[in-house]
Design a protein around this ligand. Structure first.
Ligand code: HEM
Length: 331
């Protein structure tokens, strides 16, 4: 007996429809505006000078805003892309996740937003303001300037459960994997981690490493022995976990290669920093940045290049997002 086959036209038409729809979306995406330098043009010709002046006044009022905003930009870009999701307030928003509890400088971004809403209403995204402010703060600490591509839209979703950032005890393998997931390579990892040339960390984050590393009862053996009592004095075992210590001992407010040099001498504060020197793949990059190995890398220009890349992670355009009226809430 011959088999009876029921031909269902949907079996052919559905896949065809899916292919056509995907092609149409891909083509439409080609025409969506991509972030680019000079994006706002006459729609907000003074966007850069407004952000710069807000950044300047806040830097001189409190220089700790500089590391605060640089880190905030990183935390924004690594979670749902550079879409200002880290700025949204709310019960289960990204801001409530543990790594974000110590972020600082939200008021700076909001102040710039308020001024921009007066100068060019509903035009400049909070994600763009954060990217510009991070660059401007870096410049004020002695770091490089780079042109920031603009045109990111603000996201409408911010969930604490999405926050899965590199941690202070991550190995190089794990850090590499997390950066690769954002299309950043091993050099980007080393160069961007060297953003720790400015700023501080809370004692609670790394104290174990200086007293009882991995429950050994002793400090991490990769720490320079002369550095151990120095940090132990700043972060006593039962002292305030929120007390803050420079990530780049001796040069915390200055954007320079001193952080990398500290790694070379076992003076990294975080384990995730020190392993960049002990690991055979990342050490040569540190050496090149320090001018100890050919071909040399210039820290300033490499930092600018990697920041540019980071600032374009999974950016939203078209119908993906919006221009918020205030940075702490969706419209
Ligand atoms: C590579 C993986 C990274 C890890 C594991 C890491 C981890 C940390 C930790 C644990 C702190 C201290 C937080 C606190 O106690 O408040 C910190 C601070 C900081 N991080 Fe990172 N970070 C990484 C990458 C980056 C990147 C890519 C940047 C920016 C380009 C950055 C910029 C900063 C800054 C500026 C601070 C100081 C913040 C302040 O003083 O308020 N970090 N980081």
């Amino acid at each position: 007996m011959g088999r009876v086959t029921n031909f269902n036209p949907l079996c052919v038409l559905l896949p065809l429809f899916i292919v056509l729809a995907a092609t149409a979306t891909a083509q439409a995406n080609l025409f969506l505006p991509r972030p680019r330098i000079g994006y706002y043009g006459s729609a907000c010709w003074n966007v850069e000078s407004i952000v710069r002046s807000v950044v300047r006044s806040n830097y001189f009022a409190n220089p700790a805003n500089a590391p605060g905003i640089l880190r905030m930009h990183f935390h924004d870009c690594f979670v749902r892309g550079c879409d200002g999701s880290v700025l949204l307030d709310g019960p289960n928003s990204e801001r409530t996740a543990i790594p974000n509890l110590s972020l600082r400088g939200f008021n700076v971004i909001e102040e710039a937003k308020t001024q921009l809403e007066i100068a060019c209403p509903r035009t400049v995204s909070c994600a763009d303001i954060l990217a510009l402010a991070a660059r401007d703060f870096v410049v004020l600490t002695g770091g490089p300037w780079w042109a920031v591509p603009l045109g990111r839209l603000d996201g409408r979703v911010s969930l604490a459960s999405d926050v899965d950032l590199p941690g202070p005890t991550d190995s190089v393998a794990v850090q590499k994997q997390r950066f690769a997931a954002k299309n950043l390579n091993t050099q980007d990892l080393v160069v961007l981690a060297a953003g720790h040339t400015i700023g501080t960390a809370g004692c609670g984050v790394f104290r174990n490493r200086f007293f009882n590393y991995n429950n050994t009862g002793s400090p991490d053996p990769t720490i320079n022995p002369s550095f151990v009592p120095q940090i132990q004095a700043q972060c006593p075992l039962n002292g305030n976990a929120a007390a803050r210590v420079a990530l780049d001992t001796g040069s915390e407010g200055q954007f320079d290669t001193s952080y990398l040099n500290n790694l070379r001498f076992g003076r990294g504060v975080l384990e995730s920093d020190q392993v960049l020197w002990t690991n055979p793949e990342t050490r040569p990059i540190v050496e090149r940045l320090l001018g100890l190995r050919f071909p040399f890398l210039l820290f300033g220009s490499e930092f600018a290049r990697s920041m540019y890349k980071m600032s374009l992670i999974e950016v939203k355009t078209g119908l993906d997002g919006e221009i918020r009226r205030v940075c702490s809430a969706v419209n």
